[in-house]
Design a protein around this ligand. Structure first.
Ligand code: M6R
Length: 616
C-alpha cells in the first residue's frame, strides 16, 4: 500500500522522486518522506511530512535538499498513527542508514525488544524502524554489506519491499524484496526504482522486476542482484511500455467523476479488442491445447476482493447461465484458510484492477501450487498478478486513479460477459451469430449506462443527493444478479461518503434486517428484468412499506407495482437480465459520488484507504 521510489544517476533526484511519488500516491497518502545523499559530503539529508506528497513538496520548497541518489516514500499506516514521526524514512541510531518500506515486518516487536535491551533507541511506532537498527548491528558484526543482508533476511518475517540509502555505501541504493512488489528501470547513466513501473514510466521502458526473495545493489551504471543466500542472480530486463498520460482530471472536479464518464468509451474500446483477440484468446489465457481445454472445463473459481469480488459474483451468473459451467466465488482474503478441494478440469480467474492486491496474489500462488490453471483478469499488464498467472486478460480501462473503482468494475463485467459467450460458443451452446450479438449488446448497454446518468443527473444533483446525504444509515437490497450490484452500491457509498451501509439479499430481510426498517433508514432496492425475481422483489418492497420504510428503487420500465410502492424510483430502460448490473453501474456510482460531494468528502482519496492494497 505504501509506495517506494528511488533514483541514482547523473541528474539531481528530488524532482524525479517527487514526480514518481505523486504518480504512486494512490498507494497511500497518510504521510510522505524523502532522503538523499548530500552531493558534496555524502551526508543523509531528509524531510518528512504528514499527509500527501504536496505537503512534502511544500516542505522541500525552501530547502536545498537534493542529490544524485535518493529514496522517497508515501505511507499507508499499518503500525503507528499517521504522523511525521512515523513517516518514512527511518534511521538507525547513528543516522548512517536510512530506510523506506512497503509491507509489514511481522516479528518487529520481538526484534525491537531485543534491540532496545542492547541500547538501541527508537523514534517511531513503526515496524520499519527495527530493520534499520538491525542492519546497524549486523554491519558491525559482519563488517560486510552483503553478509549483513544475508543475515538480516534470516531475522525478519513478513512481506517487504525495502530501499536503503547508507552513508557508508554512497555509491548504491540497496533494495530487498520479499512478496511486496519492487521494480528497477534502467536508463542511460541512471537507474530508477519504484513499487510500480508507473513511477518511472516515460523515463525508461527497460524494467527489471526484482525477483521475490532477492536483494539488489543499484548503482548508477550497474545493478548487482543476489538471492537471499547471497548468490548472484542474472538480470532479466523486460521492455515494458506503460501508457502514462498525465492528462489529469480533464476539467472534471474529481478523478472518480471523470472515470464514471469514461465507462462508455472503455466498453466500446473493449468490444473492439474482443474482435482483435477473438482467434488468439485461448492462447493468451495460457491454454496449451486451446479449444480442447475449454471444452473439457467443468469448474471455474473466481477470486477477488472488494469491487473485484462483486464483479466475480456477477460473473458467476454469466459462466453458469451462458456457458453452463459450475462456478464458485472466493474472497481472496479467505480462500487459502479453508480446506480447498481442487476440482479436476478447473481454472481460476483472479480479478484485480491493480494486479497487486496482496490477498489475491497470495491466493493465486496458493492455486498455482495446487496446479490449477490460473488466469489474471487485471488492468495492469506489468503487475505481479498478471506475471504470476498462467494466462492473462487485460481490462484495458486505462489508469484508474480514484480509490473507488468505477470503470474497471464495468470493464471486468464486460470482459467476463464476452469470455463466457466465447466459452459457450466453443462448447456449441451458442452459434456465431449469438456470439456476435453479445458484443452488440455490450455496446447498447454502454450507451445506456451513460444515458441513464444523463436522465437523472439534474434530479440527483439538485434534489436526491442533498436529501440522502443527511441519513446516517443506508440499506441496499437486490436478488440474484441484482444482489451483487446492491453490494457494490453499498461499498461505493460507504467508502467515499463514510455513511454506514449494508447490503442484503432481499429474501433475507425477514430473517433479521427488517428490524432496522424505519423512516430514518432509506432502503435502495435494485430490481430485475427477470419476472420471477421481480415478483419476489415486489413482495419484499411491500414488506418494507408495511413497516413504514422509506424505499428508493432502481426499476425497469413497465414495473408498475414496484414503481408505485417507491418513495422515489429511477426508471431504467429495459435491458437483458444478465446485463442489468452493467446498465445500472453508472447511475449507482454517480449517485454515491454526488452524496459524497454534498458531504464534502475527499472523494478521490477517502480516509484510511488506498488504491492498491499490497499488504494482507
Ligand atoms: O486492485 P483490486 O481490484 O485487486 O482491488 C480490490 C479492492 O481493494 C478494491 O476493489 C476496493 O474495494 C475499491 N476501493 C472499491 O472501490
Amino acid at each position: 500500500m505504501c509506495s517506494v521510489v528511488g533514483y541514482i544517476g547523473k541528474n539531481y533526484c528530488r524532482s524525479i522522486i517527487m514526480e514518481g511519488l505523486t504518480r504512486l500516491e494512490y498507494r497511500g497518502y497518510d504521510s510522505a518522506g524523502f532522503v538523499c545523499l548530500h552531493p558534496q559530503d555524502q551526508r543523509l539529508i531528509y524531510t518528512k511530512a504528514q499527509g500527501g506528497v504536496k505537503n512534502l513538496i511544500n516542505n522541500l520548497e525552501n530547502t536545498t535538499i537534493d542529490g544524485f541518489a535518493g529514496i522517497g516514500h508515501t505511507r499507508w499506516s499499518t503500525h503507528g498513527i499517521a504522523s511525521t514521526e512515523n513517516a518514512h524514512p527511518h534511521f538507525d541510531c547513528n543516522k548512517n542508514i536510512s530506510i523506506v518500506h512497503n509491507g509489514i515486518i511481522e516479528n518487529y516487536l520481538e526484534i525491537k525488544t531485543k534491540l532496545e535491551k542492547s541500547g538501541h533507541v527508537f523514534y517511531s511506532q513503526t515496524d520499519t524502524e527495527v530493520v534499520a537498527h538491525l542492519l546497524e548491528e549486523l554491519l558491525i558484526s559482519t563488517k560486510d554489506l552483503n553478509k549483513a543482508i544475508v543475515e538480516l533476511v534470516k531475522h525478519i518475517k513478513g512481506a517487504y519491499a525495502l530501499a536503503f540509502l547508507i552513508q557508508d555505501y554512497p555509491d548504491a541504493i540497496l533494495l530487498i524484496r520479499k512478496s511486496s512488489p519492487l521494480c528497477i528501470g534502467y536508463g542511460d547513466n541512471e537507474v530508477f526504482i519504484a513499487s510500480d513501473a508507473l513511477g518511472f514510466a516515460g523515463k525508461t521502458n527497460q524494467v527489471l522486476f526484482v525477483p521475490d526473495k532477492s536483494f539488489a545493489l543499484v548503482k548508477q551504471n550497474k545493478i548487482e542482484l543476489y538471492d537471499f543466500e547471497g548468490k548472484s542472480l542474472p538480470l532479466e530486463f523486460q521492455i515494458v511500455d506503460i501508457n502514462w498520460s498525465a492528462d489529469g482530471k480533464q476539467g472534471y472536479e474529481h478523478y472518480m467523476l471523470k472515470e464514471i464518464y469514461e465507462q462508455k468509451k472503455v466498453i466500446q474500446g473493449l468490444v473492439h479488442k474482443f474482435k482483435e483477440i477473438e482467434n488468439s484468446l485461448w492462447n493468451q489465457l495460457g491454454f496449451a491445447n486451446g479449444i480442447d481445454d475449454i471444452r473439457n472445463l467443468d469448474h471455474i473459481y473466481l477470486i477477488g476482493c472488494g469491487s473485484s469480488w462483486h464483479a466475480a459474483n456477477i460473473a458467476k451468473i454469466f459462466f453458469e447461465n451462458i456457458a453452463n459451467i459450475e462456478t464458485s466465488i472466493h474472497l481472496s482474503s479467505e480462500l487459502r484458510h479453508s480446506n480447498f478441494f481442487a476440482k479436476k478440469s478447473s481454472i481460476a480467474i483472479a480479478l484485480s484492477q491493480s494486479g497487486e492486491t496482496a490477498d489475491t496474489l497470495e491466493s493465486l500462488r496458493f492455486l498455482n501450487e495446487k496446479n490449477i490453471h490460473t488466469i489474471a483478469l487485471t488492468n495492469v499488464k506489468s503487475s505481479t498478478i498478471t506475471r504470476e498467472s498462467k494466462g492473462y486478460f487485460l481490462t484495458h480501462a486505462g489508469p484508474e486513479i480514484a480509490v473507488a473503482s468505477t470503470k474497471v468494475f464495468s470493464a471486468q463485467l464486460a470482459s467476463l460477459y464476452w469470455i463466457s459467450h466465447k466459452i459457450a460458443f466453443e462448447k456449441s451452446i451458442i452459434n456465431k451469430e449469438i456470439l456476435d450479438i453479445s458484443k452488440d449488446n455490450l455496446l447498447i448497454t454502454a450507451e445506456l449506462l451513460e444515458g441513464i446518468i444523463e436522465d437523472y443527473k439534474q434530479d440527483i444533483i439538485e434534489k436526491l443527493a442533498p436529501y440522502y446525504s443527511k441519513f446516517k444509515y443506508h440499506l441496499f437490497l437486490g436478488k440474484f444478479i441484482s444482489y451483487p450490484i446492491a453490494m457494490e452500491a453499498a461499498l461505493k457509498l460507504k467508502e467515499i461518503s463514510y455513511i454506514f451501509t449494508e447490503a442484503c439479499p432481499a429474501g433475507e430481510l425477514k430473517h433479521g434486517l427488517l428490524a432496522l426498517i424505519d423512516q430514518d433508514t432509506p432502503v435502495f432496492m435494485f430490481s430485475s428484468m427477470d419476472n420471477n425475481i421481480y415478483k419476489k422483489l415486489v413482495i419484499n418492497a411491500q414488506e418494507i412499506k408495511a413497516r413504514s420504510g422509506h424505499l428508493v428503487t432502481f426499476a425497469f420500465e413497465g414495473q408498475k407495482e414496484l414503481i408505485e410502492l417507491s418513495d422515489y424510483s429511477f426508471v431504467i430502460p429495459q435491458v437483458k437480465t444478465l446485463l442489468e448490473p452493467l446498465a445500472l453501474t453508472g447511475i449507482m456510482q454517480f449517485f454515491a459520488y454526488q452524496i459524497a460531494k454534498n458531504l464534502n468528502r475527499p472523494i478521490d482519496k477517502p480516509r484510511n484507504l488506498a488504491k492498491s492494497v499490497t499488504v494482507e
